[in-house]
Ligand binder design. Structure first.
Ligand code: CTP
Length: 396
């Protein structure tokens, strides 16, 4: 991090005040931070505050950059990373449309550096199809979108839309610099989509249906693909694992959230669906189910979307579609049938009757059109490396 230069664009939302903390955290890690303040941002924090915290001039207008100072092209390119905090719905929309009508959007259009945005807004604005469409466009353009947290909002509503905690946000930013510098790796220019972890299906506000998946195998695969130069989107169910360096992570809770996030991440050259997706959900009770009032509740299970089968039939089906098959009996026979039934290219099958789920080792069979390969038991990291090598061969 020392020696790195971050151009921080502060947008017009209440979370702008948190950008002040971010400046301090990034500077403490050794970065130089130059701030750009939008007109909206200036309604929430002052240029003086940002200048004092960054100890650098703050840029506010397209027209205040005179010859003696520097042009906006130079300002956008002297940074190692451009970060937008908070990214409002309006700013995301203008970015997605390629509009350059103020200093911030002009810099974002002119930059040749990686861009990371942290949206924060009212929950309805975040969930609106227009915003989700814009986020999908920005992701497809190669911009890293750090999803907002869920919680109580300044406007009094509850849901996704809050800026993530500054420590979490600065970890994501610092991880960018910990990642190996973009190099012409064998998977450079390829987009790999990975799902990992379990899904949680709520029963009421405090209970959910889950499974034993730890996410370790999927996270290891995402890391191995990123290390080979791919752009990796990792759609993760609820797990306690750090994001591998260089990986764009989208956190989800339910199978239906996962289906939406996978669709939003398309197009991809390959999709490797490692997640242990719940097959069913229930219509959750809005209130905690009470023993006394509700007796023994009957859970009515409804089928979840099959993400793998949906991708297999999708107009933008990834060229290589890899599914996992967790089986407890007749592993190869069930997995071979699953490959044909779900119309996927490869199935990685494993026997989960032991302690594979949550453990560090895996013993898998790779099932392709050419037949079955049984790999020796190995660490999940090594299994991920082998699979990433096979995927790399496929694209070479
Ligand atoms: N999968 C998925 N969406 C689902 C269920 C499963 O994308 N709703 C994916 C998993 O990520 C995995 C593959 O499908 O890559 C196989 O998962 P598995 O649970 O073994 O298959 P099922 O279709 O649920 O079959 P089974 O009847 O064995 O449970």
């Amino acid at each position: 991090m020392p020696g790195k230069h971050i151009l921080l664009i502060v947008g017009g939302g209440i979370a702008a005040y948190k950008a002040c903390d971010l400046i301090r955290t990034l500077r403490r890690a050794g970065a130089t931070v130059t701030c750009v303040l939008t007109d909206g941002g200036a309604r929430f924090v002052t240029a003086m505050t940002l200048a004092a915290l960054s100890e650098r001039p703050v840029h506010t207008s397209l027209w205040d950059l005179d010859e003696a100072e520097m042009g906006h092209i130079q300002l956008s390119r002297q940074a190692d990373l451009v970060v937008v905090v908070p990214a409002t719905a309006d700013l995301l929309a203008r970015m997605a449309a390629g509009i350059a009508d103020d200093l911030a959007t002009t810099l974002l259009l002119a930059t040749d550096k990686p861009v990371l945005v942290a949206p924060a807004m009212n929950v309805r604005m975040w969930l609106h199809p227009a915003t989700q469409r814009n986020v999908a466009t920005l992701r497809a353009d190669g911009i890293t979108v750090v999803p907002p947290d869920e919680g109580a909002m300044a406007c009094g509503e509850y849901g996704p839309g809050r800026l993530p905690a500054i420590d979490a946000l600065s970890d994501v930013i610092l991880a960018r610099f910990a990642a190996p510098a973009p190099r012409p790796g064998l998977l450079a220019g390829r987009h790999m989509l990975v799902t990992a972890g379990p899904t949680h299906e709520p029963i009421d506000p405090v209970r959910y249906i889950a499974n034993r998946s730890s996410g370790k195998q999927g996270f290891a695969i995402a890391a191995a693909l990123a290390a080979r130069g791919a752009r990796v989107t990792l759609v993760a169910g609820p797990v306690a694992l750090p994001t591998p360096p260089g990986v764009d992570r989208v956190d989800v809770e339910t199978a239906r959230d996962m289906a939406v996030a996978v669709d939003a991440a398309l197009p991809a050259d390959a999709a490797i669906l490692v997640a242990a997706v719940a097959d069913w959900h229930v219509a959750p009770s809005p209130q905690k189910i009470k023993k006394t009032r509700d007796g023994t509740p009957a859970l009515v299970l409804r089928e979840n979307p099959d993400i793998l089968a949906t991708l297999a039939a999708h107009p933008r089906r990834p060229a290589l579609l890899v599914g996992f098959a967790a089986e407890t009996e007749d592993v190869v026979a069930h997995a071979t049938a699953k490959r044909l039934r779900k119309a996927v290219d490869w199935i990685v099958a494993n026997d989960v009757s032991g302690d594979v789920m949550g453990g560090d080792e895996n013993s898998v069979h790779l099932i392709t059109a050419a037949g079955v390969e049984s790999w020796a038991t190995a660490s999940k990291t090594l299994v991920a490396e082998r699979l990433a090598d096979r995927i790399t061969d496929q694209f070479s």
